[in-house]
Design a protein around this ligand. Structure first.
Ligand SMILES: Nc1ncnc2c1ncn2[C@@H]1O[C@H](COP(=O)(O)OP(=O)(O)O)[C@@H](O)[C@H]1O
Ligand SMILES: [Mg+2]
Length: 176
């Protein structure tokens, strides 16, 4: 319940553009790997292989690290919750302007008819399949709002039976 109230407050602030960002130069590769690490135990319990972020040069971007971690947490939580046992998750970080991040799973995917609505508040593709304790259907809506507040984009591609890929683009240094 507290989780839902926190999400709703956050959504209201996002809509009002009153969510303060505290940007600084961050190595997105390091940030992504830290998020992967915090989800390892959860993934293991779900029978999912969560791969570490491939090593490489730092990928600097000017972002609010807490907010970007929140976005990755949402995407990883989704992949772990909905991909299904036996799936694998890869998190990729690609330098450039924009910087690109992807959270890709080899899970059951999402039926095409649901795709247009996934970013709507409270929308869940298959409520019967999943427990709704901490899943209120706000996660993607908030994640997209946070990425857009950084001047970036968040999109989801999915193929039923093959898997789902969430892609974030972020300008290296967003306009003030
Ligand atoms: N990686 C994924 N694989 C399969 N389905 C997904 C994935 N990510 C999101 N979904 C679907 O999109 C819906 C919306 O996600 P989200 O906004 O995070 O809400 P919640 O996780 O609270 O249900 C989920 O309920 C689920 O049906
Ligand atoms: Mg979610």
């Amino acid at each position: 319940m507290l989780h839902l109230v926190t999400d709703l407050l956050e959504l209201a602030k996002l809509d009002l553009r009153e969510l303060p960002l505290h940007p600084c130069m961050v190595d997105m590769r390091e940030l992504a790997q830290a998020s992967v690490q915090t989800h390892q135990a959860h993934a293991e319990r779900a029978g999912i292989t969560l791969h570490t972020v491939p090593a490489g040069d730092p990928v600097p971007a000017r972002v609010d690290p807490d907010r970007l971690t929140q976005v990755l947490d949402n995407l990883l939580d989704n992949a772990i919750s909905y991909a299904g046992a036996g799936a694998a998750i890869h998190v990729l970080v690609q330098d450039g302007d924009p910087v690109r991040l992807a959270v890709a799973d080899t899970g059951q995917g999402i039926p095409t008819k649901h795709l247009p609505y996934l970013f709507d508040a409270f929308y869940r593709a298959d409520t019967a399949r999943t427990p709704s304790d901490s899943h209120s259907g706000l996660g993607l809506r908030i994640a997209r709002g946070l990425v857009e507040a950084h001047g970036g984009t968040l999109t989801l591609n999915s193929q039923e039976g093959k898997g789902t890929q969430a892609v974030i683009t972020l300008p290296k240094t967003p306009k003030a």
